[in-house]
Design a protein around this ligand. Sequence first.
Ligand SMILES: NC(=O)c1ccc[n+]([C@@H]2O[C@H](COP(=O)([O-])OP(=O)(O)OC[C@H]3O[C@@H](n4cnc5c(N)ncnc54)[C@H](OP(=O)(O)O)[C@@H]3O)[C@@H](O)[C@H]2O)c1
Length: 227
Amino acid sequence: MIIVTGASGEIGRKIFEHHYLKDPSTIGTYHTKKPDRFDDKNLFKLDISDYNSVESFISDIRSELKNICLINGAAITYDAFAHKSDPYEWAKTIDINLKGSFNIIRGLLPVMRQQQYGRIINLSSVVAQKGFFGTSAYAASKSGLWGMTKSIAIENAEKNILINSINLGYMDAGMTHRIPSEIRDKIRESIPLKKFGPISDILLAIEFLINSSYVTGTNIDINGGLF
Ligand SMILES: NC(=O)c1ccc[n+]([C@@H]2O[C@H](COP(=O)([O-])OP(=O)(O)OC[C@H]3O[C@@H](n4cnc5c(N)ncnc54)[C@H](OP(=O)(O)O)[C@@H]3O)[C@@H](O)[C@H]2O)c1
């Protein structure tokens, strides 16, 4: 079964929908905007930064959990130069993007270990590799996922639990659409493939990672050649 966090975001929703249409056991979480056109039993409101809420979400779905593939898409951006940033907003970005991803992984790992199966995919970002002005919190949260991924990969390899990240470049969706248009145009020009990425490439990478048996603790870059 697939669990997608951030299923109300543009990318998360497409991932959720793609799997929901193939497998009615697919579960999605949202934070403030419940996606329409899906069965209520497949969608859960969740603040991923709150470990108690994550635990109670997992206990609500515990009896359905089987062959779990967790896709961590829930995240926020916080745009501010470091020297002008609000420490509260900076920490909140880490709480949601990094700690939140950890929270749900932490909650599900005992079940995965017991079932001797798990696939975990974290959506990270090219911004963590390259840096970009105004993104110190977001970049820190997304690069934090890599170290976490590698350690969890080692701890759980013998239980057939594989964990990887997909580093997205600027995709034709969600957060990219919210970048002011003049900056967005400059970013597009800087991408060797001269276009924003299609969500279909993310679906392909997820398919590969779910079906692979020998890929763990690593990254797939989907960025149009932007390094
Ligand atoms: N778009 C891109 O080009 C791009 C590039 C690199 C990486 N990524 C990564 O890809 C993923 C999806 O990006 P996107 O552009 O589709 O983002 P998005 O449209 O902004 O969606 C973000 C999702 O995160 C959820 N969320 C926010 N705060 C939450 C919280 N406290 N607890 C639980 N869920 C929370 C939102 O829920 P509600 O809407 O219900 O509040 C929403 O479902 C993110 O991890 C992002 O960092 C995207």
